[in-house]
Ligand binder design. Structure first.
Ligand code: ITT
Length: 199
């Protein structure tokens, strides 16, 4: 089975993608390749950050790899937190603080529309390909559920009655921003690189 390094320091993402890609690719974590660096993310867009993370690995390890950068975009907050989603409440703050800041910003606002956008940068044999996935929904007035991570407890995807944090992993992955971007990546690899060598 072909190996792909997933350039992320986020264990939740790693778990999600191991589940989605099982049977398709052997996923290697940064730990598996003995990389303990905190990979920089200094771009102003999801695309730039995803690229930066993938090339960080390609430049140093010359291994096929991918990374994703994800943002929650809330319409009434001028599409914030966006590219700053991980650090919305400040450097080193927790997901709970980020959620509190979004909820505070939406207090008294009627429009609670939001979306998650995920951009994946894939590098195969040194060439980069980008894939995007998006899911639209609403920010709930309070937290619901305890699965998932990040903003999941306050995100209600359109057409569903459960927040991402109330869904089982399979349901979230089938409709989520990351799940959709990964489906594109898998389709692309099957079509364009059907004979990647086993490693
Ligand atoms: P890496 O860059 O190491 O992959 P990160 O946690 O910094 O990990 P991102 O910059 O892509 O990841 O994500 C920004 C934040 O957006 C992340 O920390 C979460 O709080 C949130 N987030 C990302 N994906 C999410 C999801 O599927 N559900 C809920 N929140 C999510």
């Amino acid at each position: 089975m072909h190996q792909l390094v997933f350039a992320t320091n986020n264990e939740h993402k790693l778990r999600e993608l191991s589940e989605i890609l099982k049977g398709e690719f052997k996923l290697l974590s940064l730990n598996d390749i003995s990389c303990s660096d905190d990979i920089p993310e200094t771009g102003n867009t999801l695309e730039a950050n995803a690229s930066q993370k993938s090339f960080y690995i390609w430049d140093r390890y010359r291994m096929d790899c991918f990374s994703d950068d994800t943002g929650l975009e809330v319409a009434a907050l001028n599409n914030e937190p966006g590219v700053r989603s991980a650090r919305y409440a400040g450097e080193g703050r927790k997901a709970n603080d980020n959620i509190d800041k979004v909820l505070a910003g939406l207090k008294d606002k009627e429009d609670r529309k939001a979306c998650f956008r995920c951009v994946i940068s894939l590098i195969i044999k040194g060439k980069e390909y980008l894939f995007e996935g998006r899911v639209d929904g609403q920010i709930l007035p309070e937290r619901h559920g305890s699965s998932g991570f990040g903003y999941d407890p306050v995100f209600l995807p359109d057409g569903f009655t459960q927040s991402f944090a109330e869904m089982d992993a399979e349901t979230k992955n089938s409709i989520s921003h990351r799940g959709r971007a990964v489906q594109k990546l898998v389709r692309f690899l099957h079509n364009e690189y059907p004979h990647l060598p086993d490693q």
